[in-house]
Ligand binder design. Structure first.
Ligand code: AMP
Ligand code: ZN
Length: 120
């Protein structure tokens, strides 16, 4: 996995560092998952890498394993919540048109209700 880089001005890096409390769902040496503070579904978990990567545009080849890990952690949490069979949505917003508001990549796990398509 890639080395862990931290940006002191980044909200999610500060959560990783333990400076801001999170409602933790899962953690390992590379990944942290916590409940979204403004949930958009009965289950709304954010899965983030511990290392600071601002946007999907900043992913590098040495992030491949880490990026894949976000998905396997999401599926694990979905199974633990009992929503894996009914289904769920995984979203990673990028930049302004994608609706990104926190510039440290995060995978949204949304579940517990029927999602709309196309998204807004
Ligand atoms: P995005 O708009 O895709 O960048 O998603 C950022 C997400 O971070 C939003 O769903 C916010 O509700 C969530 N968020 C912002 N601050 C916090 C926080 N302190 N704890 C948990 N989730 C947060
Ligand atoms: Zn960060």
């Amino acid at each position: 996995m890639a080395e862990i880089v931290s940006d002191p001005d980044c909200l999610f890096c500060r959560m990783v560092a333990g400076e801001i409390a999170v409602d933790r769902v899962y953690e390992d040496e590379n990944v942290l998952a916590f409940n979204d503070i403004n949930p958009q579904a009965p289950t709304h978990v954010l899965i983030i890498p511990r290392t600071h990567i601002a946007t999907v545009n900043d992913l590098q080849p040495d992030h491949h394993a880490l990026a894949g890990r976000l998905y396997t952690v999401a599926a694990r949490i979905a199974r633990e919540r009992g929503v894996a069979d009914d289904g769920y949505r995984l979203v990673m917003n990028c930049n302004a048109d994608g609706g990104q508001s926190v510039y440290h990549i995060h995978l949204h796990l949304l579940a517990g209700r029927r999602m709309q398509w196309p998204p807004g």
